[in-house]
Design a protein around this ligand. Structure first.
Ligand code: ADP
Ligand code: MG
Ligand code: MG
Length: 483
């Protein structure tokens, strides 16, 4: 298939298209609070004006491998013996966060973990490698994955602009064929994961007797993304949800000391699922009391999305270790290993192993080939290319193992126009495809109860910027023009 070139609009048409885009976004909830917001004043979420080209077989390859990744990470999260070996090393170099998560899990275990089922809503992120034309994995997110709510809105927006003639300077023609614009039903599919979990918790098909507790950050800008999921949960499945920050949780919930069932005090509803949209970054815990709350929730009967173990299984260090075939073959059948490994680039440890010694040399000899990543989530934490040697030099060598060194992927670039906080930027962008998944398993027996792919997200950023996070201010939400 040949790729259509980027639509060219004259000034008047561009102005009209942008107005159409902003109005549509506000009407349909494709919105985000602006930086430093103080009231209900909101703004259109940062988006691209046009869908960005992406090969159809790349999207399919990423969708097709998702349930395998779901399974792999669920199995890792269940293999506590192996995880504890890794964590014992990691907490030496990252006491303040990874160490705290691990310690909280161990304390929860001492108290007693009363819910064997785990729910994870995950997202596996990829870039299309310019050299091979294949998708390569950037990272695997195991907690608080975002944009499942807004992503379907962007593909709807681009479809609307196409139908409204906004991509044609005469304002009359569709520019894309309908089949060329990918559709994503990520929010409907993600909430199926909650519905499956609530039903399993209730032990019967009627699912509207218990509720989902959404644990959120204070001053969250991306709150509407979360709200779309909550609305879909209520509309599609009749399941109610309530929101609370980590610091509010202890005031609005109570745990029955016998049954360990947890209740939402204001309504008296029993909580069957606890969904974290916080807790992935040290700053999410404002005090020791927030860590205590996380501990209490972990020991409650509600199904956690995710558990502390699942969250830890998504550490960048684990992603690095999982580039070892022998290790992965412990979890995944031999016939599927090649499919998984075709998505990987090299990721290196910075320890005293042979591989680690080689990586330490490479980091100084050709830093331009690498990105250095700590055990953190949410964007803005990595060290890129030429900054790596200086960064490492300032750090005692026995702390380097808190980081992994990853081969940089060179993604294809495309010209697009980005609209963020009412400003227009026409530049080369690079895109990151995120595939959502949901999985529920029994962490005692390892039995997988449900394992699903939940469609996709495309984020784009200026090719001149290293980072990609949208809420962190580096990128925007996009959709796919398939070729
Ligand atoms: P986080 O968990 O903070 O989102 P990521 O691993 O996703 O961390 O890295 C943040 C951003 O850095 C990505 O969105 C991507 O734009 C860029 N990035 C990360 N790894 C690579 C890589 N191997 N090649 C190219 N870009 C990368
Ligand atoms: Mg991440
Ligand atoms: Mg990321």
């Amino acid at each position: 298939m040949t790729m259509k070139s980027f639509p060219v609009l004259n000034d008047a048409s561009l102005e009209d298209a942008v107005e159409k885009l902003l109005h549509w976004s506000l009407v349909h909830g494709l919105v985000m609070y602006p930086t430093g917001f103080k009231s209900f004043n909101t703004n259109a979420a940062p988006v691209t004006l046009f869908p960005t080209p992406f090969p159809r077989d790349g999207l399919n390859a990423a969708l097709n491998v998702q349930t395998l990744f779901n399974e792999l990470y669920a199995k890792v999260a269940t293999d506590e013996e192996w995880l504890s070996l890794i964590m014992d090393e990691l907490i030496d170099v990252d006491k303040e966060f990874t160490g705290k998560l691990w310690q909280t899990h161990k304390r929860a275990k001492e108290i007693g973990i009363s819910q064997p089922l785990s729910l994870s809503l995950v997202r596996s992120d990829y870039m299309l490698d310019e050299n091979t034309g294949k998708i390569k994995q950037i990272e695997y997110n195991a907690i608080s994955v975002s944009f499942g709510g807004l992503s379907p809105k962007v593909s709807d927006l681009h479809r609307y602009l196409n139908h409204a003639g906004a991509y044609d300077s005469r304002g009359s023609q569709k520019y894309y064929e309908d089949g060329e614009l990918a559709t994503t039903e990520a929010s409907d599919k993600l909430v199926e994961g909650f519905n499956d979990a609530v039903k399993l918790y209730n032990g019967r098909a009627d699912n509207n007797t218990t509720i989902v507790l959404v644990v959120v950050q204070e001053n969250e800008r991306n709150v509407f993304d979360q709200r779309h999921l909550e609305y879909a949960l209520l509309n599609n499945h009749g399941i109610k949800s309530q929101r609370a920050t980590l610091s509010e949780v202890s005031n609005v919930t109570r745990i029955d000391s016998e049954s360990k069932k947890i209740y939402y005090i204001p309504t008296g509803d029993e909580i069957s699922v606890i969904y974290y949209r916080t807790g992935y970054s040290p700053s999410d815990y404002s005090s020791e009391a927030d860590w205590e709350t996380r501990l209490q929730l972990e020991t409650s009967k509600a199904i956690k999305c995710p558990t502390l173990l699942s969250q830890l299984s998504g550490a960048k260090k684990i992603q690095q270790l999982l580039t070892d075939r022998e290790l992965v073959s412990k979890y995944i059948s031999k016939s599927n290993i090649d499919t998984l490994f075709s998505k990987f680039v090299d990721i290196w440890p910075l320890d005293n192993s042979e591989l680690g010694k080689k990586a330490k040399k490479l980091a100084f000899e050709c830093p331009e080939k690498f990105v250095l990543k700590p055990q953190r989530e949410g964007g803005g934490n990595n060290i890129y290319k030429e900054d790596i040697p200086g960064f490492l030099s300032k750090l005692p060598e026995d702390k380097w193992n808190a980081y992994i060194l990853m081969d940089l992927i060179s993604p294809s670039t495309h010209k697009n126009t980005v609209i963020r906080e009412d400003k227009l930027y026409t530049e080369d962008v690079v895109s990151e495809l995120g595939i959502f998944g949901t999985i529920i398993w029994d962490s005692g027996t390892g039995e997988i109860k449900s394992n699903k792919t939940a469609d996709y997200l495309l984020r784009s950023k200026f090719s001149s910027s290293n980072e990609g996070g949208v809420a962190a201010g580096f990128g925007c939400v996009d959709s796919l023009y398939l070729y």
